[in-house]
Design a binder for this molecule. Structure first.
Ligand code: SF4
Ligand code: SF4
Length: 177
């Protein structure tokens, strides 16, 4: 008899616990996104399409070290490096990425490239609307990935940051892009 009573009490408690959760969710506000009518709200850690960053002088942070490409498990980053010159300075270092492509047909948004970059040159943005009928358009070029040049007038024509070990007499900066 004692067993039957205990079983009855346990069952009633379990049903009560389950119904409490159900009722709680029935009265809680519905959390959803009203996309595309409203903008999507992202968490800071969301990994969207990539952004190639610029430094405080408007120069590209990428120094074409290829570490991101080496770290990419999907092998979807393609880089061609070129040397900076006095007349044509793109980054503050010796080299810059003349070509920087990410193939979003293959990218799995793992973030390894971002972690591997020693210059914080590549980060994830919050872009996600990249669906396409033509897969060729999913190979994004540097021009699509690059952060726009700074708009502040005082930053235009600012001298380049002098890399460690380099003499300060760097020729005049030309910002392209
Ligand atoms: S997020 Fe991952 S898969 Fe995509 S480019 Fe970076 S390393 Fe490669
Ligand atoms: S994005 Fe970063 S890791 Fe990749 S080539 Fe440029 S500097 Fe190197």
């Amino acid at each position: 008899m004692a067993n039957i009573v205990k079983e009855f009490v346990d069952s009633a408690a379990a049903i009560g616990k389950g119904l409490t959760i159900t009722w709680k969710n029935m009265v809680a506000p519905t959390v959803t996104e009203n996309y595309p009518a409203e903008a999507v709200h992202f968490e800071d850690r969301y990994r969207g399409t990539h952004i190639l960053r610029r430094d405080e002088n408007g120069l590209e942070k990428c120094v074409a070290c290829f570490l991101c490409a080496a770290a990419c498990p999907a092998n979807c980053i393609y880089i061609e490096a070129a040397d900076n010159t006095g007349e044509h300075r793109i980054s503050a270092s010796e080299r810059y990425a003349k070509v920087y492509n990410i193939d979003y047909n293959r990218c799995i948004f793992c973030g390894y490239c971002v972690e591997a970059c020693p210059c914080d040159a590549i980060t994830h943005g919050q872009g996600f609307e990249i669906a396409a009928y033509d897969t060729n358009t999913l190979v994004w070029r540097k021009e699509q990935l690059l952060e726009p040049a700074m708009a502040k007038p005082e930053s235009q024509g600012a001298p380049p940051r002098i890399p460690p070990g380099q003499k300060p007499d760097i020729p005049t900066t030309t910002i392209v892009g």
